[in-house]
Design a protein around this ligand. Structure first.
Ligand SMILES: [Zn+2]
Ligand SMILES: [Zn+2]
Length: 342
């Protein structure tokens, strides 16, 4: 099969073609696995973190990509959940032990043996992928393959982030950073909490205009003061400045959720601007989001179908994966980037 593989950690600034097009043997599904013929695979900021070594794959070469939509081509001898030809999705959660206290509570995102698709196992920048049938997801019929792909990561983790804010209807939510995940969170929020007000902080005017188009009551630059204090804020940026600036806008007892698998080091000194009384005192909380549980993917896909959320997307050929990644790095973002494979 054709696959775009990462052979080593590198800097995208110096190497604009980190992935190499190669031919790999078609993967063979194990007993409880299914073989998925990949139709679309979303391109995620986490791929940049893998390429640049902030969350490095344990072995090379590796096929990246964890927002996979395709059809079941073959099933292992003990896999019976899907029929051949069924449409399925594969998300960031590739597998977990199923036995530890976290797994038993449905928080398998925190499992010690958590494995990520496209990092710890080959992912979807390829014509085929395998996964345990229990970790494949049904895709609601209302979505096209390209619409469904970005929902599988940005949507599911956005859903988990929103859940962790503890927001109630009528409250004020801030979003700092306005990429794929945040724009989906905005849509979820206006549907689930019709009286909530959403405030968006983004560096580019384009993103701010887009946020207002989608229903944000206010949009400003990263360091701006919001016109009202915010009950909760979700950060989806790779930097530190937005964290410090968000804390200043947080209401007493408010919660900041950091939705980032890793932060970049470039502006870490910005943390020295942290002023305890202004940014943290009065019971402000900070909590991170780690991975996604199966529950988040399933619940989010149902919610997205009900609304319905149709993400904006831009398609690239599999061979153009490097171009899509570089554009993502350069923040040429409007909606999500999706690789078209079959
Ligand atoms: Zn992702
Ligand atoms: Zn476990």
């Amino acid at each position: 099969m054709k696959a775009m593989v990462l052979n080593e950690i590198c800097s995208l600034k110096e190497n604009k073609n980190p992935l190499e097009l190669v031919n790999l043997p078609d993967p063979v599904p194990a007993e409880k696995e299914i073989l998925v013929k990949v139709s679309r695979c979303g391109v995620c900021h986490t791929e940049l973190d893998e390429i640049e070594g902030r969350t490095p794959p344990p072995a090379f070469p590796v096929v990246l990509g964890h927002q996979i939509v395709g059809t079941v081509e073959k099933a292992g001898s003990k896999a019976s959940r899907f029929k051949i030809g069924d449409r399925v999705g594969i998300a960031w959660i590739y597998s977990a032990c199923g036995k530890c206290s976290f797994c038993l509570q449905g928080e398998e995102n925190l499992c010690e043996s958590f494995k990520a698709t496209g990092r710890d196992a080959n992912g979807g920048y390829a014509e085929y992928a395998t996964v345990l049938e229990d970790f494949a997801f049904n895709i609601p019929a209302v979505f096209s393959d390209s619409e469904a792909a970005p929902l599988l990561c940005a949507g599911a983790i956005g859903y988990r982030s929103l859940r962790l804010t503890g927001i109630k209807d009528g409250q004020r939510l801030g979003l700092t950073g306005f990429g794929a995940s945040a724009h989906l969170v905005l849509k979820m929020t206006t549907h689930k909490y019709p009286n909530a007000k959403v405030f968006v902080f983004a560096r580019s005017e384009k993103e701010r205009d887009f946020a207002k188009e989608l229903g944000a009551v206010w949009a400003g630059d990263t360091a701006d003061a919001s016109p009202e204090k915010l009950d909760c804020i979700i950060d989806t940026t790779p930097a530190w400045k937005p964290i410090v600036e968000a804390l200043k806008n947080l209401e007493k007892g408010g919660r900041l959720i950091i939705n980032a698998i890793r932060k970049e080091e470039i502006d870490k000194e910005y943390l020295l601007k942290l002023d305890y009384p202004a940014h943290l005192w009065l019971e402000k909380e900070i909590k991170s989001v780690a991975n996604v549980a199966k529950r988040d993917v399933n619940e989010f896909l149902d919610l997205a179908a009900e609304i319905p959320i149709k993400p904006e997307f831009q398609e690239f050929e599999l061979e153009e994966a490097n171009k899509a990644l570089v554009e993502l790095k350069e923040r040429k973002i409007r909606g999500a980037k999706v690789l078209r494979i079959a």
